[in-house]
Each structure stands twice: as C-alpha cells, then as structure tokens.
Design a protein. Structure first.
Length: 457
C-alpha cells in the first residue's frame, strides 16, 4: 500500500511544500509508506525553494489511476520452455491454477492452460495410446499456446482491462521494460481493491486534481479553498480552513499533535505560507497566518523578509522571461478551472512587478485567451495579473458580454479591468465570476456594493 500526498495540477509552492511536510508529519505519527507527490512541473519559485532547502522535487504523477504494476499478482508460477509437460501438469495441479506462463530467459514465449493440455493429449492420443508416457516428457514449448497477451508494468488499468477482455486465456502477462515477466493479471486482480490511496492538499475540486483521481481512494483532504469537492464512499478527514495557505494549516496540525517541524520543514512551510500570502500582504492573510509565520521564523532561522526579497527577484526574472515566451505558455503555467452552473471558467494568474508589458500586449493576450477557451472548452477565460509590489491587479477577460457587463470592476480599456487591492484569484476573483455565471450575487466577499451598483446602471 502506498499513500501519496499530492497537491493540485500546475503546482505552486504552497501545494508542493504542503505535500512534503504533511508526508513528513504523517511519518512522524507512525504512518508507513507515505510519499509526497506533485501533479505537474514545478514553477521557478518552487524550484528555487526546493534548491535552497536541498530537497528533491516530489515524485511527478500526471495520472494516478492504477497501473498494471498495482493490479498484478507478483509471485508468478511459471515453467521454462524446456521443462516437461509432466512438470507443468504438476504445477497446475499443486497450485490449483489454470494457466502457466512459459518463459525463455525470463521472457514469455507462450502460456499453457488446462485446455491446451486437453487438446494436446486428445490430438496425440487419437493416434497412439501407448505414447502417453513419452508425451508427458514433451517440452512445454511444443504444447503451449504462443498467442499471449502482454502489457507493460506502467500501463493504465483501462488499457489492461481492454487487453484482458480480448485475451484468449483470460490473463495478461505483465512485462518490465526488458520484456521479462514480472506479474500476471486475471479478472480476480481487477476485483481486488487497489493499493493506492491519496491525501489531497491545497485543493479539493476534482477539476484541479491529478488525472485518474476517481479511480483511487481519497483518504484525507487538507485545504484552504472553496468547497466544490468529490463524493466519497466512506467518511474521510476533511480539513478546510479559511487561512492564507495550506502550509499554515499543516503547521497548526504539527502544533495540535504537540510536535515541532524540523528546521527544514519549518523553512519549507514558511516558504509556502509566504508564497500564498504574498509575504503576509495579501487580503487572504489572517492573524493566524501571521502568528504561525512568527513560529516558523523562529524554528527555521529564516524570515518572511528573506522570502520576500527572493520571491521578488524570481518574479522580476520571470517577468523578463515572460516578455520573450509565448503568451499561451504563460497562461498555461498557473491555470485553474472552476465549474459553475455546468459551465467551466478558466483563470490564469501571473505575478509581475510592473503592468507595462501586459498593457502593451493586450491584443495578443486576448487572442491567446480565446485560443485557450476553444482548446479547454471554456465558457469564460481570464488572466489575473498581480503586481506583487503594489498589491494590485488587472484582469484581462474573455467572456460572453452578459458576464463582462456584470463585472464589478472599472474597465480601463475593452476587456481589461482594474482590480485595486485585489491579489487573490480564489478569494476575490473566482467567487465574482462564479456568482455571475450562476446568476446570483455572491455573499460576504465584499464586492456586493459595486456589484449591485453596476447591475443597476
Ligand atoms: Mn495554497
């Protein structure tokens, strides 16, 4: 059994360090086989954080659906191609099985089943009953069926099932990359529960989760986003708190167990906390985040200011790079989807130290937004550009006019909105778009006044 702790697709620093540190906490609490994972490539900031703390990036899992290696029987009973039929019959009988792979140098060359024996004997005995004694000395290779069905250890469950359905012997032989036999899958294997469980951190929406999530069991969810989650068959631990980062929640969990994170884990958590809260400047920052930050500063020997300076440097370098890279790549880097009223809204985010280049390239950005809308079948698509020095944003939005008309922010130019004091996609931008798409004003997100004002005009 493996338990993966994994954050959302397009991982940010908070989701990666949350996975690493929650796996560490779980291990400290005595849970075995817990591994941190990530659902995509790490961004520049996260790469810097991992390098600084000399941490390897967690294992990359793009699709968590079970693979052949998770389903197969690993202790395979087999015969070698030169073994006698007598030995094969004995193995089948003793182990009460119906099929034996036939191997030559570890590689399957055929399978031999009870049915194959029957055919072989019937055909041979028709001619001469006295040959029975000789017959059982025949090499299995001469009696086996060479029409075998194989798959690689990494093949996903769906593909294995299709192969199994078409297989002549009701079995799929599982091979490693050297084409050697390492397992066998029959219908029985598919009925057994799979040995993968997951703990989701920093997200709870299926659309943001790693592919294949519906095929494995979710054990826990630890998050600080809106709830739009899965149904589960059993009760699970679901911790959701309106705090600035998942890292904050994990630090609180350490505290609640009376434990102190190691120097490195405390540093990683501080990295996640400062990343998500723009070093405590974002509107999502709570007093709890501030006091946890102080605690983590003490444990790690690092400061919020240290991360602030480095994140700014990285953002500046990123912005310069963004000037050269294609806008579509930029949009895909930190892209999240939200579902409302059966429609999907995409919002990409980028942090900058100046809006200039975005104003200059609005037309290109709009084109890229439209392209992404078609590619991802979106109802609306927006790019949130946040100036991390000033704590302001602009939103460039492509959406049906009935949505654009209801956006509560001043329109600087066509499709470009000014979001003074807004830094949070999930808390300040996504709820507005979601409520407009759902056709109802959102409650408690602090934009009602302007929302109604605009609607009335
Ligand atoms: Mn987060």
């Amino acid at each position: 059994m493996v338990i993966y702790v994994i954050g959302h697709k397009n991982p940010d620093t908070d989701s990666v360090v949350s996975a690493i540190s929650y796996a560490a906490l779980k291990r400290e609490l005595g849970v075995k086989n817990v591994k941190p994972a990530r659902a995509g490539l790490v961004n520049e900031q996260t790469r810097w954080v991992l390098n600084y703390f000399k941490q390897k990036p967690p294992v990359l899992i793009q699709d968590i659906s079970p693979k052949a290696k998770h389903l197969m029987t690993k202790k395979v009973i087999y015969v070698k191609h030169g073994d006698s039929l007598k030995k094969a019959i004995k193995l089948l009988d003793e182990n009460n099985i119906r099929m034996l792979p036939v191997l030559q140098d570890g590689k399957p060359v055929g399978v031999i089943t009870l049915l194959d024996f029957a055919h072989f004997f019937i055909n041979s005995l028709k001619q001469d009953y006295k040959r029975l004694r000789e017959l059982v000395q025949t090499k299995v290779l001469n009696a086996c069926d060479k029409r075998i069905t194989t798959c690689n250890v990494e093949e996903p469950k769906k593909q294995v099932m299709e192969k199994l359905l078409k297989s002549k012997h009701g079995s799929v032989l599982v091979l490693n990359n050297n084409q050697e036999l390492v397992g066998v899958i029959t219908k029985t294997n598919l009925l057994k529960p799979v040995d993968i469980e997951v703990i989701l951190v920093d997200h709870n929406e299926p659309g943001q989760a790693v592919d294949g999530i519906e095929e494995v069991q979710v054990l826990e969810i630890i998050d600080h986003h809106r709830i739009a989650t899965f149904q589960t068959s059993q009760p699970i631990r679901f911790i959701n708190q309106p705090l600035g980062s998942t890292s904050t929640i994990i630090a609180l969990l350490y505290k609640s167990h009376g434990l102190q994170p190691s120097k490195t884990i405390a540093g990683l958590l501080l990295a996640g906390l400062t990343s998500d809260t723009l070093c405590l400047r974002s509107s999502t920052t709570t007093s709890e985040d501030k006091s946890i930050a102080k605690w983590l500063e003490k444990l790690s020997g690092l400061t919020v200011k240290f991360f602030d300076e480095n994140y700014k440097k990285i953002a500046l370098a990123q912005q310069e790079k963004a000037l050269q890279s294609s806008i579509l790549d930029l949009l895909k880097k930190d892209f999240k989807t939200y579902t409302a009223d059966g429609k999907t809204i995409g919002i990409s985010a980028v942090e900058v130290v100046s809006f200039d280049m975005f104003f200059e390239r609005v037309k290109d950005i709009e084109k890229a937004l439209q392209q992404l809308m078609i590619e991802k079948k979106l109802y609306a698509m927006a790019l949130l550009v946040t100036n991390i020095l000033k704590g302001d944003s602009i939103l460039i939005c492509q959406a049906p006019s009935q949505v654009l008309d209801l956006l509560p922010w001043p329109e600087l130019q066509e499709h470009v909105f000014e979001l003074k004091g807004v830094t949070s996609r999930k808390k300040q931008v996504a709820p507005v778009l979601i409520s407009i798409v759902e056709g109802k004003p959102s409650e408690g997100s602090g934009f009602e006044d302007s929302f109604y004002l605009k609607k009335r005009v």
